[in-house]
Structures are given as C-alpha cells and as structure tokens.
Design a protein around this ligand. Structure first.
Ligand code: FAD
Length: 422
C-alpha cells in the first residue's frame, strides 16, 4: 500500500550493507526520523557477511536490471573520495573448463553480454589454457604439466573484463559506519543481539534484546543477513548457508609479481581468487555451501571442511602452483542469506504492520552498498519502481542460479564435515 509519510522512528536490526545503507538514506531523505541501528557487534562486524578483506565490484550482469543498478553503484564508489581509496580496478577474469553444461552456458552468455554492451578495450579474450595461465603469470610462463594435476585441466578458456574491480570490504564498511555516526538522527545500540520482534495485535512495536531491554519504533526493519530468518519467518524464501574462504600469506616477491592480476574465477569449479591485498591472497569456492541444522551442538572454530580444502588446492595447483601446498594462514566460513534466484527481498511483511525486511543479498549484494538503502526507503514509502518491487517482493524466488551462480548440489550439513583444526 502506498504511503507518502515516512515513520517518525525506525529500528534497523543489522549493520551490514543493507542496514547501514538504509540508515544513511533515511538520514539524508528524512532527517527528522530517529533511527536506531541495533547489531550484536560494533561495525565492521567481523562475522557479518559484509565484512571481509575483499569484495568484487562489477556491472557485467546478464540481467539488465542488476547491470544498470551495479553500474550506478560502481560509479558512486569511484566518485566517493573515501571509498575510492579502497577500490582497485584490476579486472575480473571468468574461466571455464569448456565442458558442456549450465556453467558453460552462463560463461558464454557473460562473454556475449560484454561483447555486446562493454567497450572493446575492456575485454581480453583467452581462448586456451596457455593464455589463461599467462594472463596471470606473464607471456613466458609455462602451463603446469598434466601429470602434476589432479584430473583433467579445468582452466581452459576465459575472458577478462577490465572494468571490474575489487574493494576492501572491511575498510569500506568502516567508512560508511563513521558516516552514520556523524548523522545526528542515527544512533547505534551494539553488543547485544535482538531476541525477537515485539508484535501486538498484528503490528510490530519494536524489538526485545537478549539482555531484556526493549526498543520501540514505528517501523522495524530486519536487515540481519543470514540471521534474518531467526527473527522473521521468511517462509523458506531464503536459506542461510556458508561459503568456504581461505587466505595465504605471500612473500614480497610474490606480492610484486601478482600485484596487477585480475580477480580470477572459474565458473566450472566455483573457485575464485583475488589479487594480493595487504600481503595476502584470498581464495574461495562458490560451492553449494554448508548449512547448520544441528542447532544443539555448537560448531567451534572456522575451519573449512577437508573437501573444500582439497578443491581449493586442486585449483591452486593448476592456476597458482606455488601456492598449492602452502598452509593457509586462516580460513573462514562466510555465512550468507541466499534466495534461489539470488534476487533480494526488500518488502513489507505481508501480515505484520510496521515490519519490513531487506535481506536475501545472496552472494552479490555488497556492490550495491551506495544505493541499496535508497530503494529500501522507496519500498517503505510504497513508491519502489514496479519492476524492482516485483523482483524483490516477499515471494518465493526462482528459478535456481540467477545473478549469482554457484556450482550445483545440495548444501552439506556443517556438523558432519567441519574440522576442529586444519
Ligand atoms: C564469501 C562471499 C563472497 C561474496 N562476494 C561478493 C562480491 O564479491 N560482491 C558482492 O557484491 N557481494 C558479494 N557477496 C555478498 C554480500 O557480501 C552479501 O550479500 C552482503 O554483505 C549481505 O549483507 P547483509 O547486510 O544482508 O548482511 P550482514 O553483513 O551479515 O549484516 C547483518 C548484520 O545483522 C547482525 N545481526 C544478525 N542477527 C542479529 C540479531 N539477532 N541481533 C542483532 N544483530 C544481528 C549481524 O551481526 C550483521 O552485522 C559475497 C558473500 C559471501 C558470503
């Protein structure tokens, strides 16, 4: 229902990209609205999905709606005097094993898309394994011989979009948090988790914290990422799952050697590696992920499953052989709120008045940090563009894959695969 009056008071649960971006948008557009942002930790929240060493910033979506939004957001980051300090435009390479299947189709579509819409100078094509390898290691470098690989070669054809970039996600969140602190209409309550949303006669009245304190507001916005569905029943629209991430320390010579490489991802294996940043390299795999149903047994530590380590090392052996057997400096399970189509949920609750959600960021929402909050405000006002309102509606999202493809299969149960040490 459309309403042109913005609430006088708002509680935002969650200080990730959705929560902070929305807080700033409210402060800019409705400065008389008092906003309380509540998070279980002080931003940048280390185990929140938005905080990490790096995130990709790119606009080469096959979906024209996300492509347009991402282009707008990327430009804002580039023009932002503070965020641009943490932004590195070194391109992103997309590689495939060339085997027929859905991932090859996604890869080919991506290539055609950039050939059609991008500038020719932004595109570097790599038609064979040598050119893929040499794009990282230089013209004279030699492929790893087949006998040293586990199975068939998988880094066979690729292209790089030089317009893509990466950003220091932790420092950027710090910038945005500090901007929020400077706004007199915004205040933070951090250190204690929200236990539940307070609902009376079908209307949300605010939240109850785990320490018993209550906060009341006209509007409660749940932007709690992978934990949103513990506060609001999301009817199966999102799944919380974790992606395995690992960091390796580099020598000064390696930092120098690889400093200009692109973000490099293999759509067939799900492997993704970032250029050196702060003396280390990060790699991850876009797997079907891990889930956590066994609530009673607490999982300790952030050690990735053996299968994930093997998969990461197999990829390293082929594409970054020097790193294949190097111990990981640290690993992390990065939790995210995933919808089937990877479309977000930015919508009013269908039956509880005064309750809104902004979640389901899947593995691609970070890049929209500079603009997403404006759309959340539009949604609250009931003036969100019809196409976006339909895309981000409170509705089951399908089909699978969408704008953030992962390799197939079902998520594994964490308790069965996680290790207590590496
Ligand atoms: C490994 C990985 C790689 C990714 N790569 C990219 C990329 O390259 N580019 C890109 O654009 N996107 C990427 N994404 C996606 C992007 O990072 C996420 O979609 C986005 O950060 C989600 O933000 P959020 O605000 O929903 O969640 P979060 O950042 O997790 O914020 C939610 C906040 O809610 C708080 N919270 C939760 N429960 C409670 C509670 N009960 N009480 C109080 N506070 C609570 C948490 O502490 C947290 O701070 C990636 C995601 C992952 C996991």
């Amino acid at each position: 229902m459309s309403t042109s009056v913005f609430p006088d008071s708002v509680i935002i649960v969650g200080a990730g990209i959705f929560g902070l971006s929305t807080a700033l948008a409210i402060a800019d557009r409705h400065p008389s609205t008092k906003v309380t942002i509540i998070d279980r930790a002080t931003p940048p929240v280390e185990d929140g999905t938005s905080v990490d060493t790096t995130r990709c910033i790119r606009a080469d979506y096959a979906d024209p709606i996300y492509a347009k939004l991402a282009e707008e957001a990327q430009l804002k980051i580039e023009q932002d005097p503070d965020l641009s300090k943490y932004y590195f435009k070194q391109g992103m390479s997309f590689v495939t094993d060339g085997e027929a299947g859905p991932m090859l189709a996604i890869w080919s579509k991506g290539l055609v898309n950039i050939q059609r819409t991008g500038k020719r100078t932004d595109l570097v094509e790599m038609p064979d394994p040598e050119s893929v390898f040499q794009f990282i290691h230089g013209k004279d470098s030699k492929l790893v011989p087949p006998g040293r690989l586990t199975g068939k070669r998988k880094w066979n054809r690729g292209y790089c979009n030089l317009n893509d970039a990466f950003i220091d996600a932790r420092e950027s969140i710090r910038v945005v948090y500090e901007r929020c602190l400077a706004k007199s209409s915004l205040s933070f309550q951090t250190g204690t988790a929200v236990q539940k949303v307070l609902v009376e006669h079908g209307s949300a009245k605010g939240v109850l914290l785990e320490d018993g304190r209550q906060f009341h507001a006209d509007l409660t916005l749940i932007a709690a990422g992978a934990w949103s569905n513990m506060l609001v029943y999301l009817e199966g629209m999102t799944k919380s799952s974790a992606i395995e991430v690992a960091w390796l320390k580099l020598t000064p010579e390696e930092i120098h050697r690889w400093k200009s490489m692109s973000i490099t991802t293999n759509l067939s294996t799900g492997f993704n590696i970032f250029p050196p940043h702060n003396g280390e390299i990060k790699c991850l795999r876009r797997s079907a992920g891990l889930q956590y149903r066994a609530r009673k047994s607490r999982i300790r530590g952030d050690f990735i499953p053996l299968g994930a380590e093997v998969a990461l090392r197999d990829n390293l052996r082929e594409i970054m052989p020097e790193l294949a057997d190097r111990p990981f400096d640290r690993t992390k399970l990065c939790w995210l709120s995933q919808t089937r189509s990877a479309d977000f949920i930015i919508a009013p609750h269908p039956s509880i008045q005064g309750l809104h959600v902004a979640t389901g960021g899947s593995a691609h929402s970070w890049k929209f940090l500079p603009i997403i909050g404006g759309y959340v405000v539009d949604s609250v006002l009931g003036i969100l563009d019809n196409t976006l309102a339909a895309k981000w509606a409170w509705a089951d999202k399908g089909p699978d894959g969408g704008s953030s493809p992962r390799i197939g299969g079902a998520a594994q149960e964490l308790a069965q695969v996680v290790r207590s040490r590496l």
